[in-house]
Design a protein around this ligand. Structure first.
Ligand SMILES: [Zn+2]
Length: 272
């Protein structure tokens, strides 16, 4: 697959193993370090003079508002141990499907799907042309079904165009190679619900065209603040089940070894 990172089973397991062997504190430090790219500010007044409270909360020195360090960031949408987050990001980079993410990260399938959606949305949000679509995907209404894909240098880009009765992606007949693979994917994804379809298109664009590490890109995207109009929290039973405290009680070192990693899909060919 052109423009696509293809790695072996062994390498996929080795990469996931590095994450799984992290000390929970180390994992937290990795997330904290990533957050420095987008310094924490008060969620109410925007001030940056904050002090630490117990339990990982912060308080604004100006307006006294208190909140968690990830509140308002994409990361803050799911209250999960740092190590689970990192494992989920690695699984995303490796192109493992939701089922594998659920197994590797010991999450329910709906939570794994929500996590994947949050990662996809955070990455799409790096592109200003996608902000309205992200809001629609979050709200579950008015999600574009018509998109246009056009060559951009040796790669391509996908833009939302508007409503349609069914999934449509306009693209030139005579497309360069990365777009031909994309075209094949579109046929498979067109059966997905509207939000998954839209986000899958953008994910594929990024996977096919981003030259650097997808893990680092996703981490950088996830520590950013969500655009106004996107919900800050994804509640629900599945998130509650995986509250850090709950995890400790279950004695799970949050993540276990990864028999779930499937080599055939390690190249990232996720058919949803
Ligand atoms: Zn404040």
């Amino acid at each position: 697959m052109n423009g696509y990172r293809t790695i072996s089973w062994t390498q996929a397991l080795a990469e996931m193993g590095v994450i799984l062997r992290l000390d929970p504190k180390e994992a937290e430090q990795m997330l904290d370090a990533a957050c420095e790219a987008e310094p924490t500010r008060c969620r109410r007044c925007g001030a940056d003079r904050l002090y630490n409270l117990s339990g990982g909360r912060l308080r604004c020195a100006k307006c006294r508002y208190s909140f968690y360090k990830f509140t308002g960031r994409w990361l803050g949408r799911h209250r999960l141990p740092a190590k689970v987050w990192l494992a989920a990001i690695k699984a995303f980079e490796l192109g493992l499907g939701g089922q594998s993410v659920a197994e590797v990260c010991e999450l329910s399938l709906p939570t794994a799907a929500e996590l994947e959606k949050t990662i996809q949305m955070s990455i799409a949000a790096l592109d200003p042309a996608w902000i309205e679509t992200i809001k629609a995907c979050d709200a579950g209404a008015n999600i574009p079904r018509r998109f246009a894909a056009s060559p951009k240098g040796a790669a391509f880009q996908v833009r939302p165009v508007g409503a349609a009765d069914e999934a449509v992606v306009e693209m030139p007949e005579d497309s360069p190679e990365p777009m031909r693979a994309f075209r094949a994917g579109v046929r498979r994804w067109s059966k997905l619900p509207a939000d998954r379809f839209a986000l899958k298109l953008k994910e594929w664009e990024v996977r096919s065209t981003y030259p650097g590490s997808l893990f680092e890109l996703a981490l950088r995207a996830l520590v950013r603040y969500t655009p106004p109009g996107v919900s800050e929290r994804k509640g629900g039973v599945s998130s509650v089940l995986h509250h850090p405290k709950h995890h400790r009680r279950r004695g799970a070192a949050t993540v276990s070894a990864a028999p779930a990693a499937r080599p055939a899909r390690a190249g990232g060919l996720v058919a949803a």
